[in-house]
Design a protein around this ligand. Structure first.
Ligand SMILES: [Zn+2]
Length: 239
């Protein structure tokens, strides 16, 4: 697993190589940020270097957003990038495969005869693999927020990332599991604060700032990047 580095709310994947002599930075197809670095470069040096590149990164990301189609339905074709908890996986559509969907290390294999069910197959896989992770993340944030939900339910919430039901139940869209960890955390903490404060008034945002000081940057990134995931009907942050 590669290291990651978070600088001013942006997550960078660090790929080290013994053959590399210089630092490099690329913005991937899905706006993922990758730093190519020699094996020996210290993390502090990497971070200082990345900070000097932030303006360039923001320009690149803005260009990507302008050229990105927003309203096209998800396509389950070979080569499609599938995001799961901050990692990118390639999709391959397989003709000779009995199981509908197979997770194969750094790829997902979808059987051609199940193409039409792809979205529900991914929803089932993500929900099965990711629900425990969400519960652990919620447990991590609980003392920081000062609230613990009675129950967590992961399902299809359409265009909403999450919601908070009366009685202390939190509902999360399975698509949250496609987000980078820092943005999934934004959604979790947002809904957890609703356990204490139902409305988006000053008290809500004050609690948010105490629990997660950089929540505004995360909120903005979530808004900008929503279109990168398999949810083209969902462009607003958690309500
Ligand atoms: Zn809300």
């Amino acid at each position: 697993m590669n290291d990651t580095l978070t600088v001013e709310g942006l997550d960078f994947e660090i790929r080290r190589s013994s053959r590399r002599k210089t630092l490099g930075l690329t913005v991937g197809r899905a706006s993922e940020l990758i730093v190519h670095a020699p094996e020996v470069t210290a993390t502090g040096e990497l971070e200082r270097w990345v900070r000097r590149k932030l303006l360039w990164v923001h320009r690149k990301l803005a260009l990507k957003r302008e050229s990105a189609p927003r309203e096209t339905p998800p396509e389950f074709v070979s080569g499609q990038v599938i995001h799961f908890l901050g990692r990118s996986y390639r999709l391959k559509v397989k003709t000779a495969q009995n199981e509908p969907l197979v997770y194969a290390g750094d790829e997902f294999h979808l059987s051609r005869s199940h193409e039409a069910d792809a979205e529900s197959l991914f929803q089932a896989w993500f929900t099965h693999e990711g629900t425990d992770w969400l519960a652990r993340r919620v447990a991590y944030w609980a003392p920081r927020v000062g609230a613990t939900p009675k129950r967590i339910v992961v399902g299809n919430l359409g265009f909403r990332w999450g919601s908070c039901s009366k009685g202390g139940r939190l509902n999360f869209n399975w698509r949250v599991l496609q987000l980078p960890v820092g943005l999934a955390d934004y959604v979790l903490v947002h809904e957890m604060i609703h356990l204490r404060e139902r409305h988006h008034g000053p008290a809500f945002w004050e609690m948010f700032g105490r629990a997660m000081p950089d929540y505004k940057q995360r909120q903005e990134r979530l808004r900008l990047r929503a279109g990168d995931f398999l949810v083209f009907d969902m462009v607003k942050p958690a309500a």
